[in-house]
Design a protein around this ligand. Structure first.
Ligand code: ZN
Length: 150
């Protein structure tokens, strides 16, 4: 696989016109995340009620892989129960790193990222923010999710 094959049309479409981009005024959780290696910055917001993600939006800027992944993530988890979203995080995490199968559907377009280690952090940034958000109760303080080791 070469670099141009990584940027499939579906990825470029999502990067150009991200879904669920914007501020969620009644968010119950807000998680900022950054990937200094690439310069990607994403802030993820969820509205969680009764264990379900009622709505999800994100703001920020990043490379095509980061923005496409964030866009596809919001679409995939909207309306899902938190435990389903957590399970999906794990599958995507393993799939992008090449240690498991990518989930079916449009997210599978990210499967090629495993060939490009420098893009893995880009692809996982929004998903890491999701994992953090799922672990936070309403009113708790959030920390910034970063791909850099502390
Ligand atoms: Zn990036």
């Amino acid at each position: 696989m070469n670099m141009s094959e990584l940027y499939q049309e579906i990825i470029l479409d999502h990067a150009k016109r991200p879904m669920n981009l914007g501020v969620l005024p009644d968010a119950t959780v807000t998680v900022p995340a950054d990937n200094p290696t690439c310069g990607d910055e994403v802030t993820l917001q969820l509205r969680v009620a009764d264990g379900r993600i009622e709505d999800v939006r994100f703001t920020g800027q990043g490379c095509a892989i980061c923005m496409a992944s964030a866009s596809m993530m919001t679409r995939a988890v909207k309306g899902k129960r938190c435990e389903e979203a957590g399970a999906l995080f794990q599958k995507v995490h393993d799939g992008v790193q090449g240690t498991g199968e990518m989930p079916k559907g449009e997210i599978s377009a990210l499967a090629g990222v495993k060939e490009f280690p420098q893009r893995v952090k880009c692809a996982l940034l929004a998903w890491e923010a999701l994992r953090e958000a799922l672990g936070i109760r309403k009113g708790e303080r959030t920390r910034v999710v970063t791909t850099e080791e502390e």
